[in-house]
Design a protein around this ligand. Structure first.
Ligand code: NAP
Length: 265
């Protein structure tokens, strides 16, 4: 497997070259309705990525007291604005706003985060991992995938996508016993860890040493970023934290934006 950072840089260079050939600018609008420091950091990263590939990134910061009615008007405007290639609503949202309803308001053609149930796009983190695996010629067919964590943004969509690639898929969660988790880890060819607990997967587990592991977790210990996996597990491939799945997730958004542009021509 290629180093993720090199892979992402090559893909960004490819997108930059593609965008140079296009006359109209590609534009992503990021709607932010929070003062969350983690969101600020993610948004800074996304804007930096967009600038690097020659696309326009616009941050639309809204009042955190905005009502559903007012937000609907903003979303409708973005849906109908021909200069907006795609837009995303940054999570988390304030309590008065209903996430599920808002997701369905986004035009599926512009929903580059893949939130809407009819979106043309796959959710960023699962799509980022799968695109990387495909580009690295990973053999999915009939192999065992273990997904640890069942969130709506990672675990569940990941399971569906891997199932569609003919993998045998197991999802574990907080009710899974340690014995069962041990069993699955011994037999997994691909492991996706999205729990949010530092070093949750560590050397006390016996893991298939041919396994390919993606560590989705982002945790902070004394200001340092660490994943859900101990970093020196004896496996075929383990994605690093930082500069691992986070980069693939960000790349996925850029690829979706390019696709939204192509679909709109
Ligand atoms: P989440 O909503 O935080 O939920 C965590 C999941 O882990 C739940 O399904 C939970 O099970 C499960 N879990 C908790 N304890 C467990 C245990 N002992 N054994 C097995 N499963 C257990 O999940 P998320 O939003 O996917 O986030 C997970 C982590 O990934 C976080 O650190 C987040 O910051 C990170 N993340 C990173 C990226 C990226 O781009 N790198 C993207 C998204 C998320 P229950 O359902 O039973 O509670």
């Amino acid at each position: 497997m290629e180093m993720i950072i090199e892979y992402v840089n090559n893909k960004k260079q490819f997108l930059l070259d593609e965008i140079k050939k296009i006359k109209e600018p590609l534009k992503l609008v990021i709607v932010q309705i929070n003062d969350d420091p983690a969101s600020n950091a993610y948004i800074r990263g996304k804007l930096k990525d967009l600038a690097e590939i020659g696309a326009i990134g616009e941050l639309l910061k809204l009042d955190i007291n905005i009502t559903m009615e007012e937000l609907k008007k903003v979303i409708d405007k973005l849906n109908n604005d021909p200069t907006v290639t795609g837009f995303i609503v940054q999570m988390p949202l304030p309590k008065q706003l209903n996430e599920e309803t808002i997701k369905e308001w986004i035009n599926p053609d512009k929903d580059v985060d893949g939130f809407n149930s009819k979106s043309l796009f796959k959710p960023a983190t699962p799509n980022g991992i799968i695109t990387y695996l495909k580009d690295n010629k990973f053999d999915f067919d009939g192999k065992n995938a273990l997904i640890i964590g069942r969130s709506n943004i990672v675990g569940k969509p990941m399971a569906k996508l891997l199932l569609n690639l003919n993998m045998n898929v197991t999802i574990t969660h907080s009710h899974t016993t340690k014995e069962d988790l041990e069993f699955y880890l011994k037999h997994a060819d691909l492991v996706i860890v999205a729990v949010g607990k530092p070093y949750f997967i560590n050397k006390t587990f016996q893991i298939n040493n041919n396994a390919v592991i993606f560590d989705v977790g982002i945790n902070r210990i004394d200001g340092k970023l660490v994943g859900d996996c101990e970093h020196d597990l004896d496996v075929k491939f383990l994605s690093p934290v930082p500069k691992g799945v986070g980069l693939l997730t960000r790349l996925s958004l850029l690829l979706n934006l390019m696709e939204a542009y192509k679909n709109g021509i």
